[in-house]
Each structure stands twice: as structure tokens, then as C-alpha cells.
Write a protein that binds this ligand. Structure first.
Ligand SMILES: Nc1ncnc2c1ncn2[C@@H]1O[C@H](COP(=O)(O)OP(=O)(O)OP(=O)(O)O)[C@@H](O)[C@H]1O
Ligand SMILES: [Mg+2]
Length: 455
């Protein structure tokens, strides 16, 4: 998990940033003054530092220099008033300078970019191009012929602006593939912006996609830019694109076709340069037949079609993926476990994986937590019995298996019951405080009470 330090003396700004970062799944620490920030930087490695230019006890530039000299891979974003210090910050190696007042959305995007930049820097300094193996280059593990085919398509489409429609069952890695296309494309320095089109009711979705002008509707007390604008010069990933209403589909079609749109409540036509990648786990051809999806939009999206096959159809990928997750979780959870027993390997390979790679990832995570020795045994693997999954649609089985969501619900419930005291909640759930803390971070759960305590 990415480790971020927010060094900012303005309390409400600091809390806003912390919440936004936690929502994005980052691990966040805070420093209220310069001294505290410098101390923290000395003791640990941060992926990103956001430093207020005029923070008391030091200043943003000193924090910047310290962070960059401690670890060249640390990205620093300096924030300040009307451009003072901007030039100097950039000269001293800041990734970016952001003017106050900050828009949280804008800063989220800058952070995403900084993280992408960091990945590239780290990768380039640690190896030469010829040594980069495909899994690294694409961020995708797997050497099956299906995956090799996917790598080929990624290479082909990356250099173009063609719209790509990625289809596949839930958890197969569609979003990962979309990111790989963006990262290998000429737009890699632009933002990769996601929008889950199934997560919001119609009017909210449109306002997210296209933004709105001040006063566009009750509660719109400020102008807000939408995802199309945020993705300008970059890539917009429209996830679960099959679930949009007819009205929204029409607007999206126009925005893609003409690269222009209006913000809600506005009359000005905004021009953008955005590459669209869409994904869906429903069958769009069926949706068209049933009149739920516009055919013209389908053709517009489906310029290049990429199908990510379910894991059970690429059994060779199971073990490399399982080992990749094992390494990652063992490191993250600080466990010594380093292998799967022969019997566990057999189980993993025989299982049908209705929830695909996501289910495998969750299974390995639980196994690492359960495992008592260095090798994962069959008892550590919680897999649904074959009898349970036979006859179920993949979707139904995957929903049942969406343990991640269940886990989050359980965490929230336990926290509520124990008045947001993590230690108490951990007791209720029968897990250690350390595991509790890890899970809380992983799910991006935050509570006002915690940030107050931290400050
Ligand atoms: N080839 C891969 N290598 C490494 N990790 C992968 C791979 N494929 C998927 N994952 C991981 O599996 C999880 C699910 O992947 P992702 O979110 O891309 O799936 P999805 O197809 O978009 O699922 P959904 O339809 O439910 O949105 C993620 O944590 C992702 O990082
Ligand atoms: Mg997805």
C-alpha cells in the first residue's frame, strides 16, 4: 500500500486530504508542523509527501529537499498561496505545485499521476528496457496463451487512440488491463480516470461525468468539473458501461463521438481530448436485443474488443498469480509464509474460481492470515465446495463470494458496536489489533474520531 505523508498546518485542509487519500486506499500519516514532518521523513520511506509551503517550524521547500534527498523515489507535491514559491519548488524537484484553495478532486488526480510517475521512475532506474518482463510492463501476471494474446492487443492498441471495449466475468482483471493500455500509451503522462457507471443514479452519474455549473441544481453551490474534463489528454475508463440509462447513453455517445459536451446547467460547449476504455461484465449484445443498450453506442465503444477469459479457462495462470499474491501479502502482513504445499496447489488448480482473480487474491490473503507455518496447507484455503458452485451462474457464485464486501460490512458493524474503538472491534471479530488496523486501512475505513486522535 502506498504510504503518504500530509504535512499541513491548516487543520480542516489536512483532514480533508486525509479523508480523500484514505478513500483512494492510501495509507496516510500526518504532520502538523515542519519539525514533525522532517522527523517522520527521517524515520520512514514515503511514496508521496504533500507539504504546505508555509508550514510553521520549517517550510515546504525544506521538507521537499529532505524528502528527495532521503529517497529519490519520493514524490513531493507542494501547496501554497497564489504561486509564491512555485518556481523554486519545481526547481528543487517537486513533482507539482498546487495552489490553494485546493480542490480535492484535482489533488486526487495529481496524486494518481505522481504515483504513476513514481512507478516509472522506480522501474527505469532499476532495470533496462530489455530486462522488463511482461508482467512488470503491463502490471499483469500470467503467461497463458490467453494472457499473451492480451499483451499483444495491449501493445497494438496502446499507440492508437482507438476506443477499447473490455469484456469478461467479474474479477478477471478488466480494470487492470485498462490501466495497462493507458500506461503503455502515449497518454501515459495524462490521467487515468475511472468512473463506475453502475454506482450512481442517473442525474448524479451525469454530473460526475460532465460536471456541473454553479446553481445547476439544488445543492450545486460550486462549479465542479466532471470526469471527461479530468481525463483530458488522458484516458477515461467507463466501468460497467452496460448499466447506464438511455438518456445518459445518448449523452455519452455524443461526448465520445464529438469529444465535446456541456456541463450540467451550462451552455458552454467543452472540448476535450480523451481516450475511452469501457468495460462490462454483462453481455451487451443481449442488452441491445432487449432494448437496454444503444446499438450505435455499442459500435462506438467496440472499435477494439478485448475478452479477458475466466480464470478456469487459463489454469496455467493460477499458480503464478497465487504466488504473486502470496509474496505481496506475506510482505504486507509481515508473515514468514513463502509457499503452497503440493496438496494446496492441486486444490487451487482444480477449483473453478467463480469470482476469478479477485477471489484468488482474497483466498490467498485469508490463507496468509490463517497459515501457521511457512507453507500454506489445504485447511488454510477457504474454497467453496464443488457441490456449492455447480449449477450456479458465475455471477451468482461470484456475488456470494464477494467476501471483500462482506468483510467490510463486518468491520463496519463491529466498529459501530464498539463505538469506533478499533481494539474493541478487533476483540468482537476475534482478530488481533494489528490485523484489524491493516484491514481498516485496506478498506479505506475512516472515522472522524480517529483523525482527531491522530492530530
Ligand atoms: N493478471 C493479473 N495480475 C495481477 N493481478 C490481477 C490480474 N488480474 C486481476 N488482478 C487483480 O484482481 C483483482 C480484480 O481485478 P479487476 O478489478 O481488474 O477485475 P474486473 O474484471 O474489473 O472485475 P469487476 O468486473 O468485478 O469490476 C484486482 O485486485 C486486480 O489487481
Ligand atoms: Mg472492474
Amino acid at each position: 500500500m502506498k504510504n503518504i505523508l500530509v504535512a499541513e498546518d491548516d487543520r480542516s485542509l489536512r483532514e480533508g486530504l486525509v479523508q480523500a487519500m484514505a478513500r483512494c486506499g492510501y495509507k496516510v500519516q500526518v504532520a502538523q508542523n515542519g519539525k514533525e514532518a522532517l522527523e517522520k521523513i527521517e524515520k520512514q520511506v514515503f511514496d508521496l509527501v504533500i507539504a504546505g509551503h508555509r508550514i510553521p517550524g520549517s517550510d515546504g521547500l525544506e521538507i521537499l529537499r529532505k524528502a528527495r534527498s532521503t529517497n529519490a523515489g519520493t514524490m513531493v507535491i507542494v501547496t501554497g498561496e497564489n504561486g509564491t514559491g512555485a518556481a523554486e519548488a519545481m526547481r528543487s524537484g517537486a513533482f507539482d505545485f498546487v495552489q490553494k484553495p485546493l480542490s480535492l478532486e484535482a489533488i486526487e488526480i495529481k496524486i494518481q499521476r505522481a504515483m504513476e510517475h513514481q512507478r516509472l521512475v522506480v522501474r527505469l532506474t532499476s532495470m533496462t528496457e530489455s530486462q522488463i518482463d511482461p508482467s512488470d510492463r503491463y502490471g499483469l501476471v500470467g503467461g497463458s496463451s490467453a494472457m499473451k494474446e492480451i499483451f499483444k492487443v495491449i501493445d497494438k492498441v496502446a499507440s492508437s487512440n482507438a476506443t477499447v471495449l473490455i469484456q469478461g466475468e467479474t474479477g478477471t482483471g478488466k480494470e487492470r488491463v485498462a490501466e495497462a493500455i493507458h500506461r503503455n500509451s502515449a497518454r501515459r503522462d495524462g490521467a487515468f480516470v475511472r468512473m463506475n457507471c453502475a454506482s450512481l443514479p442517473d442525474n448524479l452519474l451525469e454530473s460526475e461525468l460532465f460536471g456541473h455549473e454553479k446553481g445547476a441544481f439544488t445543492g450545486a453551490d460550486q462549479m465542479r468539473i466532471g470526469r471527461f474534463e479530468m481525463a483530458n489528454d488522458g484516458t477515461l475508463f467507463l466501468d460497467e458501461v452496460g448499466n447506464m440509462s438511455a438518456n445518459t447513453q445518448a449523452k455519452v455517445l455524443r461526448a465520445i463521438q464529438n469529444q465535446e459536451f456541456e456541463r450540467l446547467g451550462g451552455s458552454r460547449t467543452m472540448k476535450v481530448d480523451v481516450r475511452i476504455i469501457a468495460a462490462t461484465n454483462i453481455n451487451l449484445e443481449t442488452a441491445i436485443k432487449e432494448g437496454r443498450f444503444r446499438e450505435d453506442l455499442y459500435y462506438r465503444l467496440n472499435v477494439v474488443n478485448l475478452l479477458v477469459p475466466p480464470l478456469r479457462e487459463r489454469i496455467e495462470d493460477i499458480l503464478p498469480l497465487a504466488e504473486h499474491f502470496l509474496k505481496a501479502f506475506a510482505r504486507e502482513l509481515r508473515r514468514r509464509v513463502n509457499s503452497f504445499s503440493a496438496e494446496s496447489v492441486k486444490r487451487l488448480q482444480e477449483y473453478r474460481w467463480p469470482g476469478n482473480v479477485r477471489e484468488l487474491e482474497n483466498t490467498v490473503e485469508r490463507a496468509v492470515l490463517m497459515c501457521e507455518g511457512e507453507s500454506i496447507r489445504p485447511v488454510d484455503l477457504t474454497l467453496l465446495d464443488r457441490e456449492h458452485t455447480v449449477g450456479m451462474t458465475p455471477q451468482l457464485a461470484a456475488d456470494l463470494l464477494n467476501l471483500e464486501q462482506l468483510e467490510k460490512t463486518a468491520l463496519l458493524e463491529a466498529l459501530k458496536r464498539s463505538n469506533w474503538i478499533q481494539k474493541e472491534a478487533a476483540k468482537l471479530l476475534g482478530i488481533s489489533s494489528r490485523v484489524m488496523n491493516y484491514k481498516v486501512h485496506k478498506h479505506g475505513i475512516t472515522h472522524d474520531r480517529w483523525s482527531k486522535n491522530r492530530n
